[in-house]
Design a protein around this ligand. Structure first.
Ligand code: SF4
Ligand code: SF4
Length: 335
């Protein structure tokens, strides 16, 4: 296993880490063997979130006696100090630990980041928790380049998480900035939320980029873990055959993959367009049907509310056929 220092945190972590979203689709007792397999392979990085329902809790139970073998990272969507302090407390309890190595602000918009940084905002609670030793380091996760750019300038932020994979390389220049500024870069969604099937080639492609400190594919089975490990153990440049796979994936997904940049907003009818596609991905590719349906149904407007005005498509930098894609989403969810 290859290890890197996670930017300013100074933490020494394996270049392959566990993305904790799919923990939701297995049972609590199934998590322990996964962690044991990780220890045996030298993987020491675990990422989860308050928003991944049972993920923190299942991991906490499975970590009994293994806590010190892992660097634990989680995150919260809370934007106020009060809510963030409460979430940190819940995460500590769920993960059954007295300190969390890295606590991240989960995917704020620019407006939400203003709130996080303002008096009474979530950053106050994070800094207080760092001061008291409940958490050791502060990070931020983003999907928009504006938020990424701004996070690079925030002195409190020690790590940034952003998607980077074969079809999502829009953040590459900023990812390389992270390296220059000694900010740890955590690569989320390496398989583009399950849209890319050839995990081995994708991981090899990602790990060729030196500015990526750690990549965290979602893993929930020993087979997935073994496959990802095998890919990470292969060194050397991509073969011609692998390069052909990369080119094919780029071609296949170029016209129908949403990068969640939200440049298409605001929608005339208030539809959370990227959210619709995100939950559709969880429904069809991630095996998280109940969770995806619950989240989708809870949104105030749905794909079926689209009135075909086309405004969103004129704003999408990837020229996605959003209206057609929303029709497919509406069919799959029945609303
Ligand atoms: S086409 Fe549909 S999704 Fe796009 S802005 Fe108009 S109503 Fe919203
Ligand atoms: S539909 Fe296009 S503009 Fe909207 S979030 Fe997806 S990639 Fe960005």
């Amino acid at each position: 296993m290859d290890y890197r220092i996670l930017g300013k945190t100074g933490l020494r972590i394996s270049r392959l880490g566990l993305g904790g979203i799919p923990i939701q689709r297995i049972t609590a007792p199934e998590v322990r063997p996964l962690l044991e397999q990780m220890v045996a392979a030298g993987i020491n990085y675990i990422d989860t979130a308050r928003g991944y329902t049972v993920s923190e809790e299942y991991l906490g139970t499975a970590l009994e006696g293994l806590r010190d073998r892992f660097v634990l990272a989680t995150k919260s969507m809370s934007r106020t100090a009060e809510a963030m302090a409460a979430d940190i407390g819940i995460s500590l309890k769920n993960l059954r630990t007295d300190h969390i190595d890295l606590y991240q602000i989960h995917n704020p918009s620019m407006a939400e980041l203003d709130q996080v940084l303002a008096p009474g905002g979530a950053m106050e609670a994070l800094e207080a928790a760092r001061q008291s030793g409940q958490i050791d380091h502060i990070g931020l996760t983003a999907h928009s380049l504006e938020v990424f750019q701004r996070a690079l300038e925030l002195p409190q932020v020690e790590t940034i998480m952003f998607p980077f994979n074969i079809v999502e390389d829009q953040g590459l220049a900023l990812i390389r900035e992270c390296e220059k500024k000694n900010i740890g870069f955590i690569d989320m969604k390496p398989l583009a939320g399950g849209a890319i099937e050839n995990a081995a080639v994708v991981l090899r492609y990602i790990l060729q980029e030196p500015a990526v400190t750690v990549v965290i594919p979602g893993m929930a089975t020993p087979t997935e873990l073994a496959q990802n490990l095998a890919a990470c153990e292969q060194t050397g440049p991509l073969t011609q055959q692998e390069q052909a796979v990369v080119a094919q994936v780029k071609k296949d997904l170029a016209g129908n993959f949403c990068r969640r940049c939200n440049y298409c907003q605001p929608c005339t009818k208030g539809i959370n367009i990227s959210g619709c596609f995100l939950f559709e991905g969880y429904l069809t590719r991630y095996g998280l049907e109940e969770w995806a349906r619950g989240r989708y149904e809870a949104m105030p407007t749905h794909a079926s509310d689209c009135v075909d005005c086309g405004l969103c498509e004129s704003r999408c930098p990837y020229q996605l056929p959003i209206r057609q894609m929303l029709k497919t989403t509406a069919q799959k969810f029945g609303m």
